[in-house]
Structures are given as C-alpha cells and as structure tokens.
Design a protein around this ligand. Structure first.
Ligand code: FAD
Length: 803
C-alpha cells in the first residue's frame, strides 16, 4: 500500500499499519523528511483533548496516550504540562462549566479553577480579568516533528519505506479499483492508497475524481521577544493556555511566548498558489506574516498578560491548515475508486487516533471508534459545492473558539434544500434549522395561540435557546388530535432488481424477505456487530424495496456491497413525505382516499400504494411519535397538492403543522432511538435496546458472527432517566453520576410534554441501568437528581398506534 504524505497523519498511519502486520507500506513525500514543509513541520502542537464530539475526544486521548510513550533519541514526543482555558466573560465561564461536564462524560480528567488557582498556574495572567478556568492536567504539547520521525522509524524497522522528494502527480485506477500512484520518480503499484496530503488533499482527491469538501486557510502564529520573568529552559513549564474570548492560544518557547490567533479575518488560500517544496522561501505551508491582521490579537494578548508589556512580536507567519464545513476530518474510502482512502483535515491533536481508526478500517474492516461524524460521505451533493464549502469553512474558522449551542443554526448559505411544502411552512411562520442542507421546521409561530396558558416548567437559559413553548402545543395536538410533520429530509433509497431481497437479507439483521406490503424495522451492522444504522425496509413488490436510512453514508455502504443484479438509488430529492399522526389521523386521511385505511385493511407496519386526494402516494403505517398514522410519500411535483389537501381537510379536525422540536419530545416518550445520537457503530443492538430487530435464526448476515460471539449479558445499556424536577431540562452529552462517580453520559434529552416530566436517555453500566437506580446528571457543574425508569415511558401496550 501507498500513503501519500509524511506529515503527522501519514507517519502515524504507517506506524499503526505496520504494527498490525501490514508491512508492505510505502510513504511517498514531495518534500524532505521529516520537516516536509507541510503543516506538521511547524505546528506548535497544543493538544486540548476535550471536544463536544466524543469521537474527537477519543482520537485526542489516544494521541496523548501514544505520544507520551514515544521518544526520539531520548527526547520526549509529548510534554504533559496540562491545559488551561480561561474565562474572561460570564458566558465563557458558564460554558467552561459545561465543558467540564463534557470532559467527564468522555473520560478526560479536568477541574474548574478559581481566578487565584488560574494565576497560580500562570502567574503572568492578569488576575482581575479572569472569572475562572478549566484545567486539564493531562493535556499538553505534542512535539509533532519528533513524533513523525519516531513513528516513521518504528514503521521502517517493520518493513515500511519512506521516500522523500517523490511528488504524486497521478493515481492509477482501473475497473473501479485503485492500482497505484504515479510520482515524478516513477509509478508505485498499490492495492490501497491513503491520501494524508494535508492541505494538498483536494489536489490528490481530484486525481480520482473525488471532490474533498475542505479549504486551506491561513492562521496566524507569532513568537514574542524574551519575557523578563521567563527562563530560557526548559522549553515549557506552564500549561498550554487558551483565551477563547479573544480567539487566542499561548504556549511557551523557553523565555518567549508563542501566540496563535483565530481572531483575524478568514484567509482562505488558493491551492494553486501554494508553492512546491523547493520553491517556497521557508516552507510551502508558511506564508508571510501579515502584521496588520495581528494588531487586535496583540493588544488582547497584552491585556491578558501584562508581562508582555516590554516585548515585541519577534517573528510570525501565516500557517496553512485545512478547514471543513463542519470542522471535522474527512475519513473513508472513495465510493468510486475502491481502495482509495482519505485521511484529511486532521489536527496534530487527533492524528494518532485518526491513524488508528483508519488502520483498523483497513486491516479489520471497521474502526473500533465510531467515526460517522468524520465520514467522507456525510456531505450531500449540494454541500460539496465549492461555494458552499468556501462559505461554511470560513464560518468554521470564525467559530472555532465560539461558545456553540448544540442546536446552533447554520450560517450562510441557507435555503439550499427545501421540501415542496416549504412555501406553506414559511406562511405558517416556521422556525427553521438546517440538517443535511435541508431547511427543517422546528416549530411554527402560527401555533403560538395554542401555547398560551400551557403550564410549562421554567427551563434554563441554555435549554431555552432555539426552543419555543409552541413545541409543547404541537406535541399536545399530536397526542390529542392530528399533526402534519414534514419528513422529506429523511433519506430514502430504492433498492431493486432480481437480487434485491437476498441482498437486503444479507445486509440487515431482520427478516425483510416477507411478502410485498410488509415494512420491517431493522439494522445495518458492521463487521464488529456495531449498529452502523437503523433502517425501515418496505417491500413494495417482489423486486422493489423502499428504505428509510440515516444519510448518504448508508447509500454508499449499500452500493458498495450491492451485487450487479441490485440497483440502489437515492430517491430523496425527487420525492417528499408528510407524516400524519394523531388519534384523528384516520379521520383525516380516509375521506380523501378510496383505498382502505382502516385498521383491518391497513395494518401496523404495512405499506401500500394508494391515492390521497388524487395524488399517487406510497403510504406506510409507521409512527416515530407513538400515535396512529402514516408516512405518506409522493413525488415532489405533487407534494404541495398533497400537503394542501391534507391541510384543508384537517381544518375541521384541528390539524396543526408540527416541527422537529415536538417530534423529538414525542419519540423520547416512546423510547425510539435516534441513530447517531443514542446509538452508533460503537454499540451492539442488545446494549442499545434494539435487540428485537435482530433475527439470529434467519441465516447469515453482515455482523452476525460478531453478535454470536458476544457475552450473553451486555455490560452497558441505554436507558431512560426521569429527572426529579420538571424544570431540569438537559441537552445531551452530560455526565451521569452513580454513587458519586461518573458512570455514563446522556445521549438525547427533551421535556416529555405528555408525561409532564423531563427525560434524558443515557448510557450506563448494566448494574446501574436498572429501573429505580438513583443517579445525578451534571449540568453546568450542578448535580441534578434523576432516576432510571422502565421503558417505554409512554403507552407501553402500543394501544394508541394499533387501533
Ligand atoms: P501535513 O503535515 O501538511 O502533511 C501532508 C504531507 O503531504 C506534506 O508533508 C506534503 O508535503 C505531502 N504531500 C502533499 N501533496 C503531496 C504529493 N502530491 N506528493 C507527495 N507528498 C505530498 N494542530 C494541533 O493539533 N495543535 C496545534 O496547536 C496546531 N497549531 C497550528 C498552528 C498553525 C499555524 C497551523 C497552520 C496549524 C496548526 N495545527 C495545529 C494544525 C496541524 O498543524 C495540522 O492539522 C496537521 O499538522 C496536519 O497534518 P497532516 O499530516 O494532515 O498534513
């Protein structure tokens, strides 16, 4: 195999692969070894592990663990000086308390510090400015160049070779498979090629027709002249420091200070203007320092650290690194050229963790860490448009140190994808948030009148953001009357052909080889038995299935496995779906159709073609909110007519349009899992409480062998918690304490408007995942009491759906 690039990612990957026995590894590098001229050559190497993403935190955790044990000629590759993040505004202090919770959830040791404790660690910080700090004693500095060489040496000892001054100019492929790389010094045949080319990634991607949604951006780093009260040795004594209220970070370089800034305007770099290694004055990834962009940061730095008063900016550069629209890496295999992998947009912080995941992917078939947030294929077509990538990546740069709410609305460009119902949603005053490029209503201002007088608990400021009491009214209308939900953005696939049934039997855990008209809730597992998606499979005819899936990643996965006689097609954009749910759903739909929508004629988990108000539809009797009703699918061109007909007919029944906010509450009352939030490839079906969707007796399927080898009783489980106090509404990712120690974390949470209780789903060790166990959810440094409950919390005998 060939790895393109000997930066920190390429070197880590060579080490991880050779350790797993893949020793025929060639790393080709356009620059010299190991100060190649890429970003790793000059990275100041700060490693702050705590991240809103569990996956990213785990990547960083592994990087630290690995680099701590690495040396190069007796010199360490990691300096464990700890990390300190300061708050100088009440908002930041509040957020650091949340971050402390995140750290606990993901297993990172951390403490909240008083201003005095902060200045004890960093005496030069102006005590008067600081409101508090977040201390992570095990964070520190990665010596990236040393770590590159140390890992490369180990890989070389196991058989790998590293070739400097070899520039990849092409990638060979045939028959849909990668065959090797072409360099300026000849061709290297390979069955697997991994691009770890850093900021040059898009150029390599283009060689195989892969548009990598990433943008090279300049970011300023400067060093001061010596500080009077600092010593020249050792290199660092104090923790790495963040002053995010001013978008700054600091580290010591002996008696000088290094200052990194994200304060300046976004400075995207045209890849065609990046010089080749031999041509650049210093290094290709180092551009000239633009002093004027640093002025504000310099002032902010001096305000925080008065000791900088007598110093100057001695040297600086605008270093190039990669940004993506959502700030996450791009990992995975091209779906057009098998064997071509991307390991791009990765920080030093996450490098070893990413390398381990990619190595596991290659050698074992699947990473042991859930990587769906980093999957190369997570972006929809419209999101890979260069203008979209440009605008969103610039925003990701601006927001890199911002306090971001889990529901933070996406910035421009907006309105990229809309369902046919969009004009009506706007008329009803929808509050839109975006997902997968789609505009999705979260509630409708038109329902404000219904929310008046509702007895709702006073929730905190954070939980009130991007929320409205109108959601409560919409949830109530769904339970009491009938509501229309726009389900268009949920991805739909058509799987057809002579081999379709056998193919889906092999790919899923359930028995989907049932008579046409059957709908099955089932799972896609990976080789490790992890839940890589949950899907509904509706058999429309002998050779024709419609699947509701969790995104483009599933499309790519199914296509990759599909034999020649099976066709997998994404039909999302050309179709639409309205969910009609509530006790009056039948009263709404039946009069509009000559088809039989009675309970006897159209049973639960059945699908049929029908006509509703003259519109040809595919109606599926399923419900994610726990009420009677149907998902009604139609072609996009007749979607608006369908919506209008239902809307008009529903007026006498008190129909409402309802949004995601109500939806999320209703599904949690029923205990319906949201893949990606509640369960991922890290979990087995039995742990996640979806073991009912597995038919071990149906014959072989993907992941079956791994499931068969599992111990009988899972060691952890996903369970519902009911908060003791109604006003305690949490958001997800909070740590859960059992007997005074962190034992798990919250996945999804919402106020259950029907139960009139606040609900939080959480992962807990099996011994604590027992109804009645008393726990505490840590929320902004407060411990909120809660109890493990029996699920489902609402309508356990399903009487509301089966009628
Ligand atoms: P690189 O190190 O750029 O390696 C890619 C390699 O691919 C290069 O050596 C390049 O020469 C080679 N290559 C490219 N094209 C070809 C080709 N056609 N043929 C052969 N070889 C090729 N991250 C942190 O975690 N902490 C920090 O404190 C931090 N600070 C930063 C400060 C600055 C100023 C900058 C710019 C970045 C910083 N980063 C930091 C980010 C971090 O440096 C990068 O994300 C990381 O180094 C990228 O590693 P890489 O291996 O992907 O890329």
């Amino acid at each position: 195999m060939v790895i393109i690039g000997a930066g920190i990612v390429g070197c880590s990957l060579a080490d991880e692969l050779t350790e797993r026995g893949w020793t025929d590894v060639t790393v080709v590098e356009q620059g010299p070894l190991f100060a190649t001229g890429g970003s790793s050559s000059h990275a100041p190497g700060l490693v702050f592990r705590t991240n809103a993403s569990k996956t990213m935190t785990e990547f960083a955790e592994y990087t630290v663990r690995k680099f701590r044990g690495l040396e190069l000629d007796g010199l360490p590759c990691f300096l464990p000086v700890g990390g300190l993040e300061l708050a100088t505004t009440p908002q930041r202090w509040h957020d650091l308390q949340r971050k402390h919770g995140l750290a606990s959830s993901w297993g990172v040791r951390s403490h909240l510090l008083s201003p005095e404790e902060c200045t004890a660690l960093w005496p030069s910080v102006d005590r008067e400015r600081v409101l508090g700090g977040f201390h992570t004693p095990d964070d520190g500095l990665a010596k990236a160049l040393r770590a590159c060489e140390a890992q490369a040496r180990r890989a070389i000892a196991r058989g790998a070779r590293f070739l400097a001054h070899h520039t990849v100019v092409g990638v060979e492929e045939s028959g849909g498979r990668v065959r090797g790389v072409v360099t300026d010094h000849g061709t290297f045949p390979a069955d697997v090629v991994v691009s770890a080319a850093g900021l040059w990634g898009p150029r390599i991607g283009r060689m195989v027709g892969l548009e990598l949604p990433m943008l090279p951006m300049a970011h300023q780093y400067a060093k001061t002249t010596p500080l009077a009260d600092f010593d020249a040795t050792p290199e660092v004594r104090r923790p790495i420091l963040r002053h995010q209220d001013a978008d700054l970070y600091f580290r010591e370089h002996g008696d000088r200070l290094g200052i990194g800034s994200y304060r300046h305007r976004p400075m995207p770099v045209d890849l065609d203007e990046v010089l080749a290694p031999g041509e650049a004055p210093v290094m290709p990834s180092m551009l000239e320092f633009t002093q004027e962009d640093f002025e504000e940061s310099w002032q902010d730095a001096r305000d925080l650290l008065p000791a900088l008063g007598d110093t100057k900016v001695d040297e600086g550069f605008n270093g190039i690194m990669s940004f993506t629209p959502d700030g996450m890496p791009l990992l995975g295999e091209s779906h057009e050229v098998a064997g071509f992998f991307s390991a791009e947009a990765v920080w030093v912080t996450h490098s070893a963790g990413v390398a381990r995941a990619v190595a596991e992917w290659l050698v074992d078939g699947a990473p042991s860490t859930d990587v769906h947030e980093c999957d190369l294929h997570r972006f929809e077509d419209v999101q890979r448009d260069p203008d979209f990538v440009f605008q969103r990546s610039c925003r990701a740069f601006v927001e890199v140190y911002d306090v971001l709410h889990p529901l933070q609305p996406a910035g421009e460009p907006r309105g990229v994808r809309t369902s046919p119902f969009h004009p009506r949603q706007r008329e009803l005053g929808a509050f839109f948030l975006e997902s997968g490029g789609w505009e999705r209503p979260h509630w409708y201002e038109a329902n404000a009148g219904l929310a008046e007088g509702l007895d709702l608990p006073e929730r905190g400021e954070w939980a009130s953001r991007f929320w409205s009491p109108i959601a409560a009214a919409e949830a109530r209308a769904t339970r009491e009357r009938v509501a229309m939900y726009d389900m268009t953005p949920l991805k739909r696939l058509e799987v057809s052909g002579p081999g379709a049934a056998a193919f889906l039997q092999r790919m899923t855990t359930g028995n989907v080889n049932r008579k046409p008209g059957a709908v099955t809730y089932t799972l896609l597992l990976d080789d490790n038995g992890g839940v890589r998606s949950d899907v509904t499979v509706a058999r429309l005819s002998e050779q024709h299935f419609q699947l509701g899936v969790n995104g483009t990643v599933d499309l790519v996965w199914l296509r990759r496995h599909a034999p020649d006689d099976v066709h997998v097609r994404d039909i999302t954009a050309g179709t639409c779906c309205v969910g009609v749910w509530g006790p009056l759903a039948r009263d709404l739909v039946q009069p509009l159709s000559r088809d039989d929508f009675s309970h006897e004629g159209f049973g639960f988990f059945r699908v049929r073609r029908a006509r509703v108000a003259g519109v040809p539809v595919t109606a599926m009797r399923v419900s994610y909110v726990g009420e009677l009703g149907w998902e009604i699918y139609a072609d996009a061109d007749v979607g608006l007519r369908l919506w209008d007909s239902l809307w008009e007919a529903g007026q006498d029944l008190g129909v409402v349009a309802a949004g995601r906010s109500a939806f999320n509450s209703l599904r949690l009352e029923k205990g319906y899992r949201a893949w990606g939030a509640d369960m991922t490839a890290e979990h087995t079906p039995y742990e996640a409480g979806v073991g009912f969707a597995v038919r071990m007796d149906k014959g072989d399927f993907l992941g079956r062998a791994a499931l068969a080898a599992l111990p009988e009783e899972p060691e952890r489980r996903l369970v519902p918690l009911l908060m003791d106090h109604r006003e305690h509404v949490v958001m997800g990712s909070e740590p859960v304490h059992v007997d005074g120690a962190v034992a798990g974390y919250v996945t999804s949470a919402a106020y259950g408007y029907t139960l009139d209780r606040s609900i939080a789903y959480a992962w807990l060790p099996a011994e604590a995942a027992v109804p009645g166990t008393r726990v505490a959810v840590e929320y902004f440094a407060e411990k909120l009491p809660a109890t493990v409950a029996q699920e489902p919390l609402f309508d356990p005998d399903m009487s509301r759906i089966r009628r």
